[in-house]
Design a protein around this ligand. Sequence first.
Ligand code: ZN
Ligand code: ZN
Ligand code: ZN
Length: 89
Amino acid sequence: MPSGACSHLDAITAVKHAKRRECAECVKIGDSWVHLRTCQECGATLCCDSSPNQHASKHARKSGHPVIASAEPGERWLYCYPDDGFLEY
Ligand SMILES: [Zn+2]
Ligand SMILES: [Zn+2]
Ligand SMILES: [Zn+2]
């Protein structure tokens, strides 16, 4: 894994992938999403900031879990919320 973006991204040794192709929170409220992101701390798959509910960034703020991975097919990158760090893998 390349390093240099921030300590959170440096700490990722294996990327957690989405178990389900849906936002766990949107499904509960019957809403829709645009893109999916997977929390690298707990593995929760939630919707991106282009989605109406922005569950992934809400989760990051509330839980303090800093890093998400894109859960979109063909996208291979990680993002750290507190440091605005981006890393392709
Ligand atoms: Zn970071
Ligand atoms: Zn959502
Ligand atoms: Zn999490």
